[in-house]
Design a protein around this ligand. Structure first.
Ligand code: GLN
Length: 542
């Protein structure tokens, strides 16, 4: 029998529901259970692909090309899963399906309503994921905060799930903020109590409550949460601030949350194994070295815009016992102030992430130039890869005003151009080159030594690519395209062989990076930063 765990959040958003959901999954996995996760996003967008990262954080790309909420990234990192598009359910997607069915005549004669038609569609989607994934437990995180208008149909659907699947197969977890008043240094549980009441009003009585607070909740707060939440004190847990998010499953498990959930769902799990996880956490929390990385980006004001990238850098760091200190530099600042460019010299490496549109690109190009000319370790991802080509074309090949047509459609040297299949594409949603595609790496190159294989599958999200008309001149001047698509027509990785570490990829290695198994390009970059800082010879990867 499939079991379901539903995670809701209260008081305010960003209380770490994604980390909590991932952590619950980890506690179950440690006990040998197979899990999968669904993220519900109550916004009306069909998927996250068209949303500005500056407002909503990064768009996480799945193997099958889904443009999803960034929480799927946390699930994949914590649980080492490869999720699909169907693991992210939005209001837009649900309504789109229901309306299409109505137009087709599936409901002929009936009045189509939120209950039961929309709620049925939601339940159907959850059950389909549960069935196709073959998991013992399907975790569902309901985005937003209890009480939001948008979330109501979803909460109604998960309420009905208990009736259909049975008490012993369903569990409701509610997480809410417990602030500490700085005047009295007191933990305040009232907002949490209100959000539990709100949940009950909808008909859901939580089975367990997680208090999200700066430090471990005290006995008084715990007693109140249990009393007003109508649950035993043994069902109250606390997720307090930790040095690393990867500690959260260990923190909660120590409080007995894993055992509580298993018992409640009728699993007889006598052993648990956190060994590998603990090893990674130890390396992440007790580093021996530190490197400073400059991330030159357009969305530098919101670190969530680059969350998979910063995590991949950290995974790479943990693998060489190194704390990675990331400075998010606003690309436009580098454009306006040459001093900002020079300041890059204070870092151990330069990282140019993904991006869209012209804003800030000259600043990013200046960052690439500085890294190349000063032989600083450099890693560029997607737009970072494309802009490294632009920089090389301009400043090494002498192609004046070389550019991407995304930035300057009338550039005399369009070294980066729209992919042919993108011409004529009018719809913006889900129309980029998306998801995992095979990349062939050339033996004897840095790319090959990083990945140790000739074929890799990496995830993509782009419309533009290297213009093959410029291949000859770029190559002649020393730029090596070490990774290509299977037909050899699409450039996937570039490197400058005589530099200490200068590497970029059209694909996004960060989406497949895992704690304890970092993305090779990120690992290579961080170990190059560290080696260079310690005055060591250029690292050889094997
Ligand atoms: N804007 C570029 C493109 O569409 C790069 C995209 C990205 O960085 N993900 O090709």
């Amino acid at each position: 029998m499939v079991k379901y765990i539903f995670v809701t959040g209260g008081v305010l958003s960003s209380v770490g529901k994604g980390i909590l959901t991932s952590s619950i999954g980890k506690m179950l996995q440690a006990r040998g259970l197979k899990v999968t996760v669904v993220k519900i996003d109550p916004y009306v967008n069909v998927d996250a692909g068209t949303m500005n990262p500056y407002m909503h954080g990064e768009v996480f790309v799945t193997d099958d090309g889904g443009e999803t909420d960034l929480d799927l990234g946390w699930y994949e990192r914590f649980l080492d899963l490869s999720l699909k598009q169907e693991n992210n359910v939005t209001t837009g997607l649900v309504y789109k399906t229901v309306i299409e069915k109505e137009r087709r005549g599936d409901f002929l004669g009936r009045c189509v309503q939120i209950v039961p038609h929309v709620t049925n569609e939601i339940k159907h989607r959850l059950k389909t994921v549960a069935k196709t994934s073959n998991a013992d437990v399907t975790l569902t995180e309901v985005g937003g905060t209890v009480g939001d208008i948008e979330g109501l149909p979803f909460l109604e659907a998960i309420r009905q799930m208990r009736l259909e699947e049975g008490f012993e197969n369903t569990l409701y977890v509610h997480v809410a903020l417990v602030p500490v008043l700085d005047v009295t240094n007191e933990m305040k549980t009232k907002p949490l109590q209100h959000s539990v009441n709100e949940l009950r009003r909808i008909g859901i009585q939580p089975d367990t409550i997680v208090a999200r607070s700066p430090t471990m909740i005290d006995a008084e707060a715990l007693r109140k949460i249990a009393l007003f939440g109508t649950i035993p004190e043994t069902a109250v847990f606390c997720s307090y601030n930790a040095k690393s998010v990867y500690q959260v499953p260990l923190i909660l498990d120590k409080q007995g949350m894993g055992d509580f959930i298993c018992q409640r769902l009728g699993y007889n799990c006598t052993t648990k194994d956190f060994q590998e996880w603990q090893q990674f956490v130890d390396a992440a929390v007790h580093p021996e070295h530190e490197v400073k990385v400059a991330l030159v980006g357009k969305y530098a004001g919101l670190t969530d815009s680059y969350v998979s990238m910063s995590e991949a850098l950290r995974h790479g760091g943990a693998a060489c016992k190194t704390n990675v200190c990331i400075s998010y530099l606003e690309a436009e600042k580098l454009e306006q102030d040459p001093e900002c460019v020079k300041d890059l010299g204070n870092f151990d490496g330069v990282f140019v992430p993904y991006g869209f549109g012209p804003r800030g690109t000259e600043g990013k190009i200046a960052g690439v130039k500085f890294a190349r000319e000063n032989d600083m370790p450099f890693l560029g991802i997607c737009y970072g890869f494309q802009l490294a080509v632009v920089e090389f074309a301009r400043n090494v090949c002498g192609l004046k005003d070389a550019n991407s047509t995304e930035i300057n459609p009338s550039s005399p040297h369009p070294v980066i151009d729209l992919m042919p299949e993108q011409r004529g594409v009018e719809y913006k949603g889900a129309t980029m080159r998306l998801g995992a595609h095979k990349v062939v790496l050339e033996p004897g190159t840095l790319a090959y030594s990083l990945y140790q294989r000739e074929e890799v599958y990496e995830r993509h999200r782009h419309r533009f690519e290297v213009n093959l008309d410029y291949m000859e001149i770029l190559k002649k001047n020393g730029l090596c395209f070490s990774g290509k698509s299977t037909d050899g027509r699409r450039m996937e990785t570039l490197e400058l062989p005589n530099k200490y570490f200068f590497f970029a990829s059209q694909f996004h290695g960060e989406f497949k990076s895992r704690p304890g198994r970092p993305s090779p390009e990120y690992y290579g970059f961080i170990s190059a930063c560290l080696n260079k800082k310690m005055g060591k010879a250029k690292p050889v990867f094997r």
